[in-house]
Design a protein around this ligand. Structure first.
Ligand code: AMP
Ligand code: MG
Length: 486
């Protein structure tokens, strides 16, 4: 059997999903197979690249053991409640147990209409598929929890958005695709039995330790909260702006999902916002932690029927838990940035040191990625990234402060240098590069796509041959807006 499915979500009651096979496309052609991920999942990458494999990714053939379903969920989109969303253009083929012992979903995205498609066509244009492939894999290489991309194909069918675009299908892999919005769905229809089943499923799958607690639901909620805090702090650390942090786009597993209008900032700007559909700036960079908190509040509200039989007590428990978020987040944020600064301990003044550096970057219009990379180089070998970036004189005071702070650490300068080089990437999927790969793909060429994937698989290894990929955009290359492309 080419894919050793071991499905669990489909064993939940029928009201959790609709049985739905992918809808075939006319003439699939392979874009790429992610060899290392395939191997981790115990799938032969060469089989995936064969006609049979390509047909499976395209949704034209169902592999043995697959039990395709579209799952139901609800969610708050830009703060507005939507009682029924669901997989409108995706089907879960099934789950596999990977070599790391973890259970992973294999889902097709852009695989045709489902009962949850509403007015959509169930398809995805090539551009967003190319973006998701590059960015999700780059995030994984950066060590940030994320859904992954196993493979992608073009469909041979047109997709109509503002214009006629080539269509594509992507095989997405995640520890699960269960969202805050999935909990909200069962809570909103007052299906407490369903809610309980879902909580048990989540605990078994993602938070087995919570089962040992006196109150497993509360323990699970707090574990989700910690993972969200960690995730968003890590996003902030690399300047990632998700763009659509709706409750249906936040996974309970704590992985990043839904690479729609996402973007990486070049010049540091805490108000950075790229999404064309976010007029109010709800999901701007600086709002991401508060939105995570908002989303977790929605999750807590959904779980109120399960925290305690007494509703009043239950609400109190939810509030008490939620009140910890700011502190948990702040600790993750500090941990993220002290690590970026090469510090192995934390001191009370470190938060100010971090903030002052970010303020300087903002005021001096400096590139976030290059600044931290250059800082990593400063103590030892300034030649590597220096040609790309120099600190203006206004940084002198701050740099002396940082250097004197570093002397209070017990590690050697070289050790710090090595650690910082492994923390602060030289390469990120800059918007203009991703955009160039997308434009090329629409013209039928995938060289930039492949080049970016190869480079971004090793984001901490600087390579002179790819120096152009480390550079911020020239003024005419700056991407001002990103589009969902749904
Ligand atoms: P998103 O903004 O991509 O998270 O999507 C929000 C909701 O719209 C989800 O329920 C999606 O399944 C659905 N959706 C997005 N694009 C399409 C499409 N092209 N066809 C059908 N449903 C879609
Ligand atoms: Mg979504």
């Amino acid at each position: 059997m080419p894919i050793a499915f071991d499905n669990s979500y489909v064993k939940l009651p029928q009201r959790f999903y609709a049985k739905q096979a992918p809808v075939p496309v006319s003439s699939p052609e392979l874009i790429a197979v992610n060899h290392s991920l395939a191997e981790t999942l115990g799938i032969d990458p060469l089989w995936l690249e064969s006609d049979e494999g390509v047909n499976v990714i395209a949704g034209n053939a169902l592999p043995d053991g697959s039990e395709p379903i579209a799952t139901v969920y609800a969610g708050h989109q830009f703060g507005h409640w939507n009682p029924r969303l669901g997989d409108g253009r995706a089907v879960l083929l099934g789950e596999v147990i990977a070599k790391d012992g973890e259970r992973y979903d294999i889902q097709l995205k852009g695989s045709g209409i489902t009962p949850y498609s509403r007015n959509g066509d169930g398809r995805a244009p090539l551009g967003p598929i190319v973006r998701e492939y590059i960015v999700s894999e780059a995030m994984a290489a950066l060590g940030i929890p994320t859904s992954r991309t196993l493979a992608a194909v073009t469909s041979g069918d047109a997709v109509y958005r503002e214009s006629r675009l080539d269509g594509a299908v992507l095989a997405r892999v995640a520890k699960s695709h269960i969202r805050i919005g999935t909990m909200q769905y069962f809570a909103s229809i007052e299906d407490t039995d369903g809610l309980k089943l879902l909580v048990d499923h989540i605990i078994e799958r993602h938070y087995p330790d919570a089962a040992k607690s006196d109150n497993p639901t509360l323990a699970m909620f707090e574990a989700v909260m910690r993972r969200q805090a960690y995730l968003v702090a890590r996003w902030q650390g690399i300047g990632f702006i998700h763009g659509v942090m709706n409750t249906d786009n936040m996974l309970l597993s704590g992985e990043t999902i839904d690479y729609g209008p996402c973007a990486f900032m070049d010049t540091f700007d805490s108000s950075a916002l790229y999404s064309s559909i976010d007029q109010q700036g709800r999901y701007a960079y600086r709002n991401q932690p508060a939105i995570a908190n908002w989303n977790l509040t929605c999750l807590a509200q959904s779980l109120v029927p399960l925290f305690d039989a007494d509703e009043e007590k239950s609400v109190e428990m939810a509030q008490k838990s939620l009140a910890q978020f700011s502190e948990i987040y702040q600790a993750e944020y500090s941990a993220t940035f002290t690590k970026k600064l090469g510090l192995t301990s934390t001191q009370p003044d470190d938060e100010k040191l971090i903030q002052d550096f970010l303020n300087l970057l903002q005021n001096q219009h400096c590139d976030l990625t290059l600044a931290f990379r250059r800082l990593s180089e400063l103590p030892v070998a300034p030649e590597v990234i220096k040609p790309l970036f120099d600190f203006p004189n206004s940084f002198d005071d701050w740099i002396s402060r940082w250097q004197s702070r570093c002397t209070e650490e017990s590690i050697s300068t070289d050790d710090r240098h090595q650690r910082m080089m492994a923390t602060n990437p030289a390469f990120i999927p800059r918007n203009h590069l991703v955009e160039a790969a997308i434009q090329q793909a629409y013209a039928g060429y995938f060289s930039m796509f492949h080049r970016l994937n190869k480079r971004l698989a090793q984001p901490f290894e600087y390579s002179e041959a790819d120096s152009d990929l480390a550079l911020p955009p020239k003024p005419e290359q700056i991407v001002q807006q990103t589009f969902c492309g749904t």
